[in-house]
Ligand binder design. Structure first.
Ligand SMILES: *[C@@H]1O[C@H](CO)[C@@H](O)[C@H](O)[C@H]1NC(C)=O
Ligand SMILES: *[C@@H]1O[C@H](CO)[C@@H](O)[C@H](O)[C@H]1NC(C)=O
Length: 215
């Protein structure tokens, strides 16, 4: 009993230490400067100037949450993953120009994000690919020029339809087979019991006869 009471707090120590370390790590991690960038504190304003320009980056690195100014210009980024800027609540200035943006459906996150952010941030963002959108400003791309996005939607819906249809058909077939199997097994059980009765009958009769004879 006493042993158990000692063991419990002893177990709690590494667990708590692990938890605290994890919390600290995630806090620090959220403020860590990306490897290929340079970060400068912005004095009294709190927050960072994060300069990732001209680094040959292919994608947006994990950014400190208190980034205030973000320079990503002159890199090799073709797209921005959805949500990449969502936790940067203190952002005041950003530059993503001079990147070979691939303006297909996946660029919509960047387009909408920059439009919400500021007119100047989207001003000199130019598409490089696909050929149909080459050198077009991202701000001027319309639904027509990104038409693959709307075309791919009905195809996805149709896929869901066929999958659902297949699932429903499968369920119905299973139901029918189960009910058939149930009915068949019931009939089998009935046959077995009746057959047992008849096959036991002569024995019964014989037994009765023997009883009768012995009396
Ligand atoms: C763009 O980045 C490359 C290296 O990736 C560098 O050589 C070049 O000078 C940069 N251009 C500008 C205008 O900063
Ligand atoms: C972004 O950077 C480019 C190239 O360094 C520069 O020409 C442009 O004016 C900058 N845009 C903004 C909005 O600061």
């Amino acid at each position: 009993m006493a042993h158990k009471m000692v063991a419990c707090p002893l177990l709690w120590i590494p667990a708590t230490a692990g938890f605290v370390t994890l919390m600290l790590f995630s806090l620090v991690h959220a403020e860590i400067c990306p490897l290929s960038c340079t970060c400068k504190p912005l004095g009294e304003m709190k927050g960072w100037l994060v300069d990732c320009s001209s680094k040959g980056l292919k994608e947006v690195p994990d950014l400190p949450v208190s980034t205030r100014k973000l320079y990503l210009q002159n890199n090799s980024m073709t797209t921005v993953r959805t949500g990449a800027f969502d936790n940067l609540h203190n952002l005041e200035e950003m530059n993503v120009s001079d990147n070979p943006w691939n303006c297909d459906c996946d660029i919509l996150y960047l387009k909408f994000w920059l439009q919400d952010f500021s007119e100047s941030s989207i001003a000199n963002v130019i598409c490089a690919t696909p050929a149909s959108n080459e050198r077009k400003p991202l701000s001027q791309l319309t639904g027509n020029e990104l038409d693959n996005c709307w075309k791919s939607l009905p195809i996805k819906c149709l896929n869901f339809f066929w999958r659902d249809l297949a699932l429903i058909t499968f369920a119905v077939v299973v139901l029918i087979l189960t009910s058939c199997a149930l009915r068949f097994s019931k009939r089998l059980a009935y046959q077995v019991t009746t057959r047992d009765y008849y096959s036991a009958a002569p024995l019964l009769r014989k037994h009765n006869l023997e009883n009768y004879m012995s009396q």
